[in-house]
Design a protein around this ligand. Structure first.
Ligand code: SF4
Length: 246
């Protein structure tokens, strides 16, 4: 989070600042400051040499240019692959990543980094563009792609998302500081005793609070991997209940 970087640069504890003012207006030492990801800065020399129109000729729709996707997890060839936006997700994994390392079918792919959504096979043909990912409730984020085979334990992935948030939380706001810990406890209860209506409701409430009331994206986006990873377990619980109820 860029304002916590600014606090650190000023020699203070790396807590985020409430916004506004945005750093572009009032940033380092109170001066207008632009804070950019290194991915953005790396594209600047090429754009300056070749021109903006050349860069924009790569990509698809509003997602112009290229993205260095970072392939990792259960994939034969991990590493960085810089390609124009628009390639279907499945093709990125199969053509450049060589499929899963275990040789099993791909079961889930987390797209966008540790706060990205877990996508299931029905979404694997989605093009890697900002618009297409947004349309399915996901995001490209910084281009992190983590591959899992069909043995993936998605409830465990949801628990790990809360754990990541609890470890990384700066502690400034309550929804993230306490929410991540309570969320992990709830997921451990689900792992131990299974999904229940009460647990689904509690999890939904917790995720709503974190999304709406966290001060920065760490707490605000943690519900994305949690909700997406839990979708199959919740769907299975609801369909079992329908069968029993009917
Ligand atoms: S969401 Fe988490 S990391 Fe962000 S300000 Fe709140 S406690 Fe800190």
């Amino acid at each position: 989070e860029e304002t916590s970087l600014l606090e650190s640069l000023e020699g203070k504890r790396g807590l985020i600042r409430a916004k506004p003012p945005l750093p572009a207006k009032e940033g380092l030492m109170g001066q207008p400051t632009l804070v950019h990801n290194v991915l953005t800065l790396c594209s600047v020399p090429w754009i300056v040499r070749q021109g903006g129109a050349s860069y924009a000729s790569f990509g698809e729709g509003a997602s112009t240019g290229t993205m260095p996707f970072q392939l990792s997890g259960n994939v034969r060839h991990g590493g960085i692959v810089e390609i124009p936006f628009g390639l279907p997700l499945r093709e990125l994994i199969e053509r450049y990543g060589g499929g899963t390392l275990t040789g099993r079918p791909i079961g889930a792919i987390q797209v966008g980094g540790p706060l990205g959504a877990y996508l299931l096979p029905e979404a694997f043909d989605t093009p890697l563009t900002y618009e297409a990912m947004q349309a399915i409730g996901a995001g490209i984020g910084h281009g992190g792609i983590v591959v899992f085979d069909d043995q993936v334990d998605l409830v465990e992935r949801a628990r790990a998302a809360f754990e990541f948030c609890a470890i990384e939380s700066c502690g400034k706001c309550t929804p993230c500081r306490l929410g991540a810990t309570r969320g992990e406890e709830l997921l451990k209860a689900i792992q131990r005793d299974g999904v229940s209506e009460d647990r689904i409701r509690l999890l939904d409430d917790l995720c709503d609070v974190m999304e709406r009331a966290s001060l920065c994206q760490l707490g605000g986006m943690t519900p994305i991997p949690v909700r997406s990873a839990l979708r199959p377990a919740i769907a299975a619980f609801e369909s079992d209940n329908e069968v029993q109820g009917g």
